[in-house]
Design a protein around this ligand. Structure first.
Ligand SMILES: Cc1cc2nc3c(=O)[nH]c(=O)nc-3n(C[C@H](O)[C@H](O)[C@H](O)COP(=O)(O)O)c2cc1C
Length: 142
């Protein structure tokens, strides 16, 4: 069964765009071998990541991510079975900082306060904007 997980977290130390790209690149290498796809967004000390893949592989990865000291206050926003992947072409795309319609400075604290219980439509909209904005070589050399 295909699963999709989206979470929010706070990065432990300040991350430059280069460091985020480097992290995503390393993730993409591993994800490629595990059939995992998704995107990573970092903004103002927060991560939003979407990962998708076969349930057993995805749960194993998420357990590792939850224990990673590079971030904390991890909030699972979406965990659901999916018919098809939203990011089939990205083993771990990076979403650049956006001047988008989405004001993350406003929504991140709100989402944290609501303990991740945003409605699915809001997350679908955010992921849609991520899909359009994602960059980074989708198939890095291994
Ligand atoms: C924000 C964030 C996102 C991550 N995303 C992934 C990912 O998509 N794939 C991956 O293999 N590791 C990812 N990692 C790294 C894992 O947490 C972990 O370090 C890696 O899977 C190696 O685990 P191991 O040292 O237990 O083998 C991420 C780490 C952070 C902080």
């Amino acid at each position: 069964m295909l699963l999709q997980i989206v979470y929010l977290s706070k990065s432990t130390s300040g991350m430059s765009p280069e460091q985020v790209t480097e992290l995503a690149r390393a993730c993409a290498q591993t994800n490629k071998t595990q059939g995992i796809t998704g995107v990573l967004y970092h903004h103002n000390g927060h991560f939003i990541q979407c990962i998708e893949g076969e349930d057993s592989k995805l749960i194993t990865l998420y357990a590792q991510i939850l224990n990673d000291p590079r971030h904390h206050d991890i909030l699972t926003a979406v965990i659901k079975p999916i018919e098809e992947r939203m990011f089939p072409e990205w083993h771990m795309g990076v979403v650049p900082e956006m001047q988008a319609e989405i004001d993350f400075d406003k929504i991140l604290p709100l989402e944290a306060a609501s303990k991740g219980h945003w409605n699915e439509a809001t997350w679908a909209r955010i992921l849609d904007s991520f899909r359009l904005a994602a960059v980074l070589d989708p198939y890095p050399e291994s």
